[in-house]
Design a protein around this ligand. Structure first.
Ligand code: ATP
Ligand code: MG
Length: 267
């Protein structure tokens, strides 16, 4: 996989607003589930930020709110100072969603091309950028193949290529390495790291704690729709007086939700 060639210009006009600023975010789904409650979170521009928490903690809901994919029940979001939900905010975000949501009738090339068009690129620019991303993500042999005919790992690569195509300043990756083989995971890490070094802000969710520790300069732990801790991996370990991030995780957010005894009784 080739390393990214894009650059994100620093703001010469002085302090850059936070990449993401969330105030009092509440989300109650139509069935009454309270997924997020009065949540505050600020992610500085340029950071590599990890959001960790168990299944159902609210990570994907938070991301959906930031990307305007779900309606907020309360609260405010801004992206580099632009109000969440506006096209200006949306264009600064690139998202690779947890569930690969690729159009099954589009080829790899078309998926990327149309995405460019949707984000305001003209045909020639979108096409050139699509071809670049195809090479960067090693999808050349599958350029004219529809998404359902790709392997799972290739679909992940395409999702990431699409997320990055319009050169977003904030890249949100919801479990990008779930189900991805070791080699590809390391390639993705290298790619995302290089992107971050060029100035892109990254928000990553993952269940691989070693991944978060290796990549992120700050980590927030979320549980039951609340942020329960936030610091660097080192800072978290120190605060809880433990040796590993896993121990921090177990102390803060793991809830023992599945009773093994009960499962055995059912059998
Ligand atoms: N469309 C929906 N309608 C009702 N409840 C929902 C909906 N989507 C998510 N939820 C609920 O909101 C809560 C948070 O879910 P969310 O998907 O944000 O968790 P998550 O932290 O991303 O978990 P995972 O690690 O499993 O991806 C869960 O209780 C979930 O069942
Ligand atoms: Mg999720």
């Amino acid at each position: 996989m080739k390393q990214p060639t894009t650059t994100t210009a620093a703001n010469p006009a002085g302090p850059v607003p936070a990449a993401l600023s969330i105030r009092g975010l509440t989300k109650r789904y139509a069935d009454g589930t309270l997924a997020l409650e009065d949540l505050d979170l600020e992610i500085p521009a340029g950071s590599f930020f990890g959001l960790l928490g168990p299944n159902g903690a609210g990570k994907t809901t938070l991301i959906g709110a930031v990307c305007n994919l779900i309606r907020l029940s309360g609260g405010e979001i801004s992206v580099f100072g632009q109000p969440g939900g506006t096209m200006a905010a949306r264009r600064m975000i690139g998202i690779a969603e947890q569930e690969p949501n690729l159009d099954k009738f589009l080829t790899v090339y078309e998926t990327l091309l149309y995405h460019g068009g949707y984000y305001g690129m003209d045909g020639a620019e979108a096409s050139e950028r699509a071809e670049q991303m195809i090479d960067a993500f090693d999808l050349r042999a599958k350029r004219d193949v529809e998404a359902p005919k790709l392997s799972g790992g290739m679909r992940r690569r395409l999702l990431l290529a699409r997320a990055l195509l319009h050169r977003p300043r904030l890249v949100i990756l919801d479990e990008p390495t779930a189900g991805v083989d070791l080699e590809l995971r390391h390639e993705l890490w290298r790619y995302i790291r290089a992107l971050h070094e060029q100035g892109t802000t990254i928000l990553l969710t993952t269940h691989y704690l070693e991944e978060a520790e290796a990549l992120c300069d700050e980590i927030a732990l979320i549980s039951g729709g609340h942020i329960v801790a936030r610091d660097s991996a080192e800072g978290l370990k120190q605060s809880y007086g433990v040796e590993t991030l896993e121990e921090v995780y177990l102390r803060t957010v793991a809830g023992g939700r599945i009773a093994i005894n009960q499962l055995e009784e059912v059998e």
